[in-house]
Ligand binder design. Structure first.
Ligand code: B1M
Length: 213
């Protein structure tokens, strides 16, 4: 089996050590870093994303795969710094103010990075102003907000109101998610999109950035 398929398989198993060894082996054999990224690491993460969406695997497996992905990424990324890597788009991501739950948000960030998005992760407990200021200064396509508490979900509305006040609505679009958030809530507060889970977030963001949604 060729080394890229082996990298993809090891990543799907969450085998961090083997991903690292095989990535080094591929680099030593002059496989271009970009090819290792696209056809080994990202290909493996795509499978993991699909399996997670279908409930064939669960959070611990996804987190292990993510760690394995970083083991490979850490090796190829420095070699790609001079390369002109086309970004699939830029998103400013965070958990809203008052909310300290960040596991789901981190998962969304990992999967988006795996799909080639540039992710500016503001962490948790992020005030509305910071989302909007950062998205404007970073010239981001999207703001992604996560909330796990019914008491913090309304902060998402503040972000959307601020975008409207600053004439940025439409230019910077919004996607929201988290346990208390629904499609209906997204519609009510004027968010551009909602995603039930991380795999769906990747699909929706890809469609939004490519102009299909
Ligand atoms: Co808290 N907590 N917690 N908690 N906690 C919940 C959310 C709760 C439902 C538990 C319960 O009562 N059954 C409840 C909320 C009730 C409510 O508001 N309706 C709750 C509570 C009450 C609290 C405290 C108030 C408890 C207290 O102190 N009395 C407190 C609040 C602290 C605060 O935030 N200010 C608190 C604290 C904590 C911990 C710190 C201990 C810890 C968080 C650790 C951390 O995140 N670093 C914690 C945890 C772990 C949970 C539960 C058990 C698990 C959450 C989780 O990580 N799930 C949770 C119960 C539950 O959900 N079953 C609970 C796994 C994660 C992968 O899923 O985050 O849903 P999730 O993300 C999913 C999707 O929602 C979606 O994709 C993700 C992956 O598929 N998604 C997005 C998420 N963000 C998205 C963004 C997108 C798109 C999709 O686009 C941008």
């Amino acid at each position: 089996m060729e080394v890229l398929a082996k990298i993809s398989e090891a990543l799907q198993r969450g085998d961090e050590k083997t991903v690292s060894t095989l990535t080094k082996q591929a680099l030593d054999s002059q496989v271009p870093p970009r090819e290792i990224l696209d056809n080994g690491l990202v290909a493996g993460m795509d499978v993991v994303g699909r399996q997670f969406a279908e409930h064939a695997i669960f959070l611990p497996e996804v987190l292990m795969a993510a760690r394995a992905m970083y083991a490979g990424l850490d090796l190829v990324k420095p070699l790609m710094e001079g390369e002109d890597i086309p970004s699939a788009g830029k998103i400013v991501l965070g958990t809203v103010q008052g909310d300290l739950h960040d596991i789901g948000k981190n998962l969304v960030g990992i999967m988006l990075r795996g799909a080639g998005m540039e992710v500016v992760d503001l962490g948790k407990d992020v005030p509305a102003e910071r989302f909007v200021e950062t998205a404007a200064s970073e010239d981001a396509d999207l703001i992604g907000m996560s909330a796990l508490l019914t008491t913090t979900a309304p902060v998402m509305q503040e972000v959307i109101d601020l975008l409207r006040e600053r004439n940025l609505q439409g230019k910077i679009r919004t996607i929201i998610g988290g346990a208390p958030v629904t499609d209906r809530f997204a519609e009510k507060i004027g968010a551009d999109a909602y995603a039930f889970d991380a795999a769906r977030a990747v699909e929706v963001v890809k469609q939004m950035v490519s102009g299909d949604q």
